[in-house]
Design a protein around this ligand. Structure first.
Ligand code: ASP
Length: 332
């Protein structure tokens, strides 16, 4: 008898499994209820193993602690199953897929995150097709890295962002190629797969002592300088304009606070697409003086989670900076 691929489904919450509460707001429901709505799963030829967060969450409430919980479920079941599907709310799914990409680097098994814009219990839901396709991808085992399936596309886990809060086509990879696309069948794009024999090395620690500093035209430099000086921040993601300019001059309070603290600083562009080219404009030259590392084509989600993983697992600024400047999972 042919053995069916074993797939672990982890339900963390999100719209895909939500129902309307008495007050009319959407709240997460159970995994069993959700699976009961999808008889098509029986035809997929997979042996399903089910796990669920004790209390399924809206993804607005998912952060570093929950990323570690997901990593632990995957680690504990690594040798028991062939692949993983993580059902997740869409609001922060790109943060979780980025965090998991860094934390599970070298996993060599499929980890596919997916969710829905409309609950599975509603007639016009995108949840059934997203779930079924994510299971097919985990079953096929062609893509052995962290990925995110949405609508008709499989994205690299650390290269994806939510760009539409309503449309079924809600996610994109502005600067990176997709891993697979669905027409009449799923077509894989092997050029985008992670290359090389990356050693499996799961990160175990996670904290969130980093700050996301958005240098917008109205930024209050006194307030921001005080926040940087007076707190035990371990690193900063600096969101900056265009290809790499900032409203900072030498000797203004934010510049001085950053210079004194000598923190690892990772920059990303606030633009949706195109990435950074620091050094092109004079208005970005202070960034070099601060030793800012260019996030190149990284999404804000990848930058934030890469910095969190680095500052949680390495002690010295030198090691953190070296990790940040190198391509880890195709994110740069
Ligand atoms: N608020 C929901 C969540 O992120 C939205 C969704 O799942 O689409 O959990």
């Amino acid at each position: 008898m042919e053995l069916k691929p074993k797939i672990l489904v982890l339900y963390t919450g999100g719209t895909i499994g939500m129902v309307k509460s008495e007050s009319g707001t959407y709240v997460p429901f159970s995994l069993e209820g959700l699976l009961g709505c999808i008889p098509e799963i029986n035809a997929l030829g997979v042996d399903l193993h089910l796990e669920s967060f004790k209390i399924p969450l809206d993804s607005a409430l998912i952060g570093p602690g929950e990323w570690l919980e997901i990593v632990n479920v995957i680690k504990n079941n690594y040798d028991l199953v062939d692949g993983f599907v993580v059902l997740h709310g869409t609001d922060t799914m790109a943060y979780t897929s980025s965090a998991l990409s860094f934390m599970l680097r070298g996993i060599h098994k499929p980890v596919v995150l997916t969710g829905a814009q409309v609950p599975i219990y509603e007639s016009d839901s995108d949840g059934i097709s997203n779930f079924i396709n994510a299971l097919k991808i985990a079953r096929d085992g062609v893509v052995r890295e962290v990925s995110l399936w949405f609508h008709e596309t499989l994205f690299k886990g650390a290269c994806v962002t939510k760009f539409d809060s309503k449309d079924f086509n809600g996610f994109s990879s502005p600067n990176h190629s997709h891993l697979a696309k669905k027409g009449s069948k799923i077509i894989y794009n092997k050029h985008a797969f992670l290359k090389g024999n990356i050693e499996r090395n799961f990160f175990k620690k996670i904290n969130s002592k980093v700050k996301f500093l958005n240098l917008l035209p109205s930024v209050n430099k006194q307030i921001e300088a005080k926040v940087i000086q007076e707190n035990s921040i371990q690193g900063i993601v600096l969101s900056i304009f265009g290809s790499g300019t900032v409203p900072l001059v030498q000797n203004d309070p934010v510049f001085l606070a950053l210079k004194n603290k000598k923190l690892p600083i990772l920059a990303v562009t606030e633009c949706y697409k195109g990435g950074l080219e620091i050094g092109k404009y004079e208005a970005g030259s202070v960034l070099n003086e601060l030793g800012v590392i260019s996030g190149q084509k990284m999404t804000k989600e990848a930058a934030l989670t890469k910095l969190i993983v680095a500052t949680s697992n390495f002690e010295s600024t030198e090691k953190i900076n070296s990790y940040l400047s190198k391509n880890q999972v195709g994110e740069l």
